[in-house]
Design a protein. Structure first.
Lengths: 314, 300
């Protein structure tokens, strides 16, 4: 299987409001795929359609190369972490996990081990007999992440999985997501572009129910063709630097604190650019705070979606 | 096979969730309180009547109720009167073989079980749609399996509640009626509880059907009560209006409401019981299917 999910001109309206306006997107199997977009862009609707909880008005959807979601085919192979759905409040943590696992057809002999392993991974093992209502918001979030990985499904849909997690648990959840089974496809919808950039290998920008762009994170951020040097504002001799970096495009931010170097491959490489630019900056006595490959997803997002929804508020 | 497995898992969870969340406790308290209070009230009335009879006859009033009633129940003249009143000799004789207190329990069970089902079952699906917890289940099983599981789980909960109500009602009767044949009363009450459970299946189906149209448990419960009252009105209307010609349409209406099959449950012959059971289960599933036609297509 090469494609885990395909959307072809998918449309959905809620009353008169258009949620998806011909969404077209393809998610390669085995990828960690990020969905990025404004509020109301259609990310949650797209995920809900994949999971079969919302019916599309039109278009083509292929989930795991087998048409639209059908519980008879996809139960246990596709799971969802919905954004604002409550877990049953009176249920016990482990009991709820056993219920979901049994329902999706995980073999009886594997349920206990699977539940214990997942609860350990999200640091809820000590709360396995607690009622869901006694968990904090962050704990509930971790439980919802764990339930989505029951039975090692082929396609996992996570809608804002890291919202409400404290920094330590957010880091732990990122590790957890990165350790996923080989071949498993995970789609993450998030407003936190740093999370998407750190976690995902591919990304799609969705705005107004349409795909604005989809590509690898490397390609979108230009990681292999640009470097940003965050420096203390000072005197950078752009002319001499430009002479040393023929074939590259150098620019300094208005505040003079970010020097961007764009280059073409194979004329230049990340190593050769760093060697030349850093030496020049050190020689000039400029303080270097941080070196960042590429533009950063946030910058790329605003640049690519500005024409559709306007630039960032200033 | 997959469908049956999923129905069983959902039903088992529904029942354990009801027990854990104290919904089962509330349901059982409602059933047992209803049964105990009603049987106690019935015995109080019985005792007052018997004391009045004793006073009229100028004999000493009895400390506990039941002795006169028991004698009256077995008298030839009373049996003849009952046959005249019921209009069906077989049913009258059948009922006269049942201890009066058990008969009272049966009447109460048939009377109150629809209301209690509407109170406890109508919000079950709506609540999960409203809170969104159904979204954790929707990719794991079919919506049909989920609803049927809810139906079976609620039916199981009613069994538990009826068992507790029989125990409560029997205990009160045992305590208050001196000469009561404990075993016969327990047996008769259990039979009526079983019949009340069969009667409840139609209402559970109605409750789950209504629930599938709603996102709010309270709204679903309110609609459930309206539907229950409507069913009662239709039952009465069909009973009074059924007749030859165009009025025969009311016979059809009577078949479509649960109350139209209640009389068959009073009969003691297995044939009537089987007919009523089949109709009531089918009605329950049909009511539920109407709701499911909507749920199967709706966004969750």
């Amino acid at each position: 299987m090469t494609t885990a999910l395909e959307f072809g001109d998918v449309r959905k309206k809620y009353g008169r409001r258009v949620a998806l306006d011909g969404l077209t997107m393809s998610v390669p199997a085995g990828s960690l795929f990020g969905l990025v977009g404004s509020n109301g862009a259609g990310k949650t609707t797209a995920m809900s359609i994949v999971a079969g909880i919302v019916r599309p008005d039109g278009g083509i959807i292929r989930v795991l190369e087998a048409g639209g979601f059908d519980p008879a085919i996809h139960a246990g192979r596709v799971t969802l972490l919905p954004q604002d759905a409550q877990l049953p409040r009176e249920a016990r943590v482990a009991e709820l996990m056993y219920f979901y696992a049994a329902l999706q057809g995980v073999p009886k002999s594997d349920i206990a081990d699977g539940v214990t392993r997942l609860l350990k991974m999200v640091h809820l093992e000590d709360r396995r007999n607690s009622a869901v209502r006694t968990l904090s918001h962050g704990m509930m979030r971790r439980l919802t992440i764990a339930q989505a990985f029951l039975g090692d499904p082929e396609l996992v849909l996570l809608d804002e999985p890291l919202s409400g997690l404290d920094p330590r648990e957010s880091l732990n959840a990122r590790h957890f997501l990165q350790q996923r089974r080989k071949g498993q496809t995970v789609i993450i919808s998030s407003h936190n572009l740093n999370d998407i950039e750190r976690l995902c290998d591919r990304v799609a920008f969705i705005e107004k129910g349409r795909t604005v762009l989809q590509d690898s994170v490397d390609a979108v951020t230009g990681r292999s063709r640009a470097v940003q040097y965050h420096i203390e504002p000072g005197k950078v001799d752009m002319a001499s630097l430009g002479k040393k970096m023929t074939g590259a495009w150098l620019s300094l931010s208005d505040a003079g604190d970010v020097l961007t170097c764009r280059f073409s491959v194979p004329e230049h490489s990340l190593e050769s650019v760093n060697a030349a630019v850093l030496r020049c900056l050190i020689d000039a006595g400029v303080g270097i705070k941080r070196v960042q490959p590429g533009d950063g997803l946030e910058q790329a997002y605003f640049a690519r979606t500005e024409a559709v929804v306007g630039g960032p508020a200033t | 096979m997959q469908l049956l497995r999923q129905i069983w898992i959902v039903a088992r969870y529904e029942l354990s969730d009801a027990i854990r969340s104290r919904r089962a406790a509330v349901t059982m308290i409602l059933y047992v309180a209803g049964a105990v209070a009603s049987i106690n009230g019935f015995i109080n009335i019985l005792q007052r009547l018997e004391n009045q009879i004793a006073e009229t006859l100028g004999i000493k009033a009895m400390a506990s109720a039941g002795a006169v009633t028991d004698a009256l129940w077995k008298s030839h003249r009373f049996r003849h009167m009952m046959m005249e009143l019921v209009g069906d000799k077989d049913i009258a004789l059948d009922l006269l073989n049942v201890p009066p207190v058990a008969l009272m329990y049966g009447w109460l069970a048939f009377m109150f079980i629809p209301m209690l089902v509407m109170l406890t079952s109508t919000g079950r699906v709506a609540e999960e749609i409203g809170t969104g917890s159904v979204r954790y289940v929707a990719q794991r099983c079919t919506r049909l399996a989920w609803c049927l599981g809810k139906f079976v789980g609620q039916a199981g909960l009613v069994v538990l509640a009826l068992v507790v109500s029989v125990v409560g009602a029997w205990s009160v009767a045992r305590f208050r009626l001196s000469g009561m044949d404990g075993l016969a009363v327990a047996g008769a009450m259990t039979v009526f509880a079983g019949k009340a459970w069969i009667y409840s299946l139609a209402f559970i189906g109605l409750a789950i059907g209504i629930s599938q149209f709603n996102r709010s448990a309270n709204q679903a419960t309110a609609i459930g009560f309206v539907a229950w009252i409507l069913m009662g009105i239709l039952e009465l209307a069909s009973r009074f209006n059924a007749g030859p010609g165009i009025r025969s349409i009311w016979y059809g209406v009577e078949m479509l409401v649960p109350g139209g099959h209640r009389m068959d449950l009073w009969r003691l012959d297995p044939g009537s019981l089987l007919t009523a059971s089949t109709f009531l289960l089918a009605l329950g599933l049909c009511y539920m299917a109407v709701g499911h036609m909507y749920l199967a297509r709706r966004d969750l």
